[in-house]
Ligand binder design. Structure first.
Ligand code: NAD
Length: 434
């Protein structure tokens, strides 16, 4: 079977490479010509663990193709996935212009029955609404079915998530389209992946509800961590004991600088706005968002207090991506903290194992110096801030770090180090909720 994926960003690329690895012939289309040229040359524009290998393998066996020619790709394919961006739009509602533009092009180019699948995170009701747009763009009547098939992959472990998902959600009113999309995921039956069949609107809400719930866990544990600091209690023990409760589970119970990335912030805001306009406000999500903003201010306050004001001080920052194992800095808490430090006239020495190039493109002043490694970033600084929990930071030679710092002050936003050990080594060490 031949499938087309419109949008070769994080989701489009991972899904394209994944489907090709399942044995399908895939054409990934993007309107960004430079991106398509890069991909066709065999170069990846993003860093994602494990992607390189399946990308290369399927490029070589010609099951994975890249093109800007949507018309030919559509006419070759039975199934077309829409995986374009749905960024935050006006008033926090999702900006669906990329999805609409893809749908109009599909209407124009389809020449026989097609299954059109929204893999992008789209507002409740959007998949069905595309029907009208597609029909308006058709020059002659051609049948098609619509399916909502939201993507749940996590950046940093996207390949693992795509190959071994917790579940596949297929939302459609058409039995035929449900069977065709299910068939695409056939290799996943072997590993007994659960499939949830439902209507498109429910599938769309499932995606938002999942992200909103994960964000809620993060804001909740951050507030409990702040309470720990006031009560001399230890968030590690609280979170561990909570996580051992099977009704709660251990994931997303790590305190830190708040949630970020290209999905959680915009999806929580979008769900909150949608719920409000639909007359069923989600008050809990307003609080989740507010707590998330406040968390960054609390960390800045902690940094300010630790060095008696950051103005003119040198601050080392370890980690710029929004989480480890990715170079994605979209809505990264680390970048937001850097921006706050710069606003407060600090000098930054920053290091990240993968996200430096992306960071340089958006944050480039003489007050920020991009370093060659963690020791370089710690060199002569008044304070070291741990912002992203890359594994290589867990294994730092702390004696060496201390020896290159001007003042041995560490604010650890990810609770990477043991407070007792840090204190006994002579660091002035502040973590979150410990
Ligand atoms: P992205 O912004 O990285 O990529 C989108 C791509 O679509 C870009 O390359 C852009 O050039 C291309 N594009 C836009 N309009 C186009 C058009 N009309 N024709 C062809 N190409 C077009 O986005 P992403 O991170 O891959 O996310 C895509 C969708 O998946 C979003 O709705 C997002 O919320 C959702 N999602 C993302 C993740 C994630 O971890 N990134 C996880 C699950 C779901």
């Amino acid at each position: 079977m031949h499938v087309t994926i419109i949008g070769s960003g994080h989701v489009g690329l991972v899904s394209g490479a994944g489907f090709a690895d399942f044995g399908l012939t895939v054409t990934c289309v993007d309107s960004d010509q430079q991106k398509i040229e890069t991909l066709s040359r065999g170069e990846l524009p993003i860093y994602e663990q494990g992607l390189e290998e399946i990308f290369r393998r399927n490029l070589e066996n010609k099951r994975l193709n890249f093109s800007t020619d949507l018309k030919s790709a559509v006419q070759r394919s039975l199934v077309i996935f829409i995986a374009v961006g749905t960024p935050e739009g006006k008033d926090g509602m999702p900006d669906v212009s990329q999805v609409e533009s893809a749908a109009r092009s599909l209407g124009k180019y389809m020449d026989c029955y097609k299954v059109i699948v929204t893999k992008s995170t789209v507002p409740i009701g959007m998949t069905q609404r595309l029907s009208q747009l597609i029909k308006e763009s058709q020059t002659r009547e051609v049948n098609f079915d619509l399916v909502a098939n939201p993507e749940f992959l996590r950046e940093g472990s996207a390949i693992e998530d795509f190959m071994r998902p917790n579940r596949i959600v297929i939302g459609t009113e058409s039995e035929q389209a449900a069977a065709i999309v299910k068939d695409i995921y056939r290799p996943l039956y072997l590993i007994e992946t659960p499939f949830v069949f439902t209507n498109p609107e429910t599938a769309e809400l499932i995606k938002y509800a999942c992200n909103a719930f994960l964000a809620t866990k993060i804001s909740f544990i951050n507030e409990i961590a702040n309470l720990c600091e006031k009560t001399k209690t230890d968030i590690h023990h609280v979170a561990r004991a909570m996580g051992l409760d099977k009704r709660i589970g251990p994931k997303f119970l790590h305190p830190g600088p708040g949630f970020g990335g290209s999905c959680l912030p915009k999806d929580v805001l979008a769900l909150s706005r949608m719920a409000e306009t639909m007359g069923a406000p989600l008050k809990v999500l307003e609080a989740v968002l507010e707590t998330n903003e406040d968390q960054r201010d609390l960390i800045l306050k902690k940094v300010q207090q630790a060095v008696n004001g950051v103005e003119g001080k040198r601050v080392g920052v370890l980690g710029l991506s929004f989480k480890p194992n990715t170079d994605d800095i979209r809505e990264s808490p680390a970048m937001k903290l850097c921006a706050k430090l710069l606003e407060n006239r600090a000098y930054i020495r920053a290091y990240d194992p993968a996200a430096m190039n992306n960071a340089k493109m958006v944050m480039n002043t003489e007050r920020i110096h991009y370093c060659t490694d963690a020791y370089d970033a710690a060199s002569e600084v008044d304070l070291l801030l741990i912002t992203t929990e890359w594994n290589e930071f867990r294994n730092l030679d702390l004696e060496r770090i201390k020896s290159v710092m001007k003042n041995a002050v560490v604010v650890d936003c990810r609770n990477v180090f043991e407070p007792n050990k840090m204190t006994s080594m002579g660091f002035y060490y502040l973590a979150i909720g410990r």
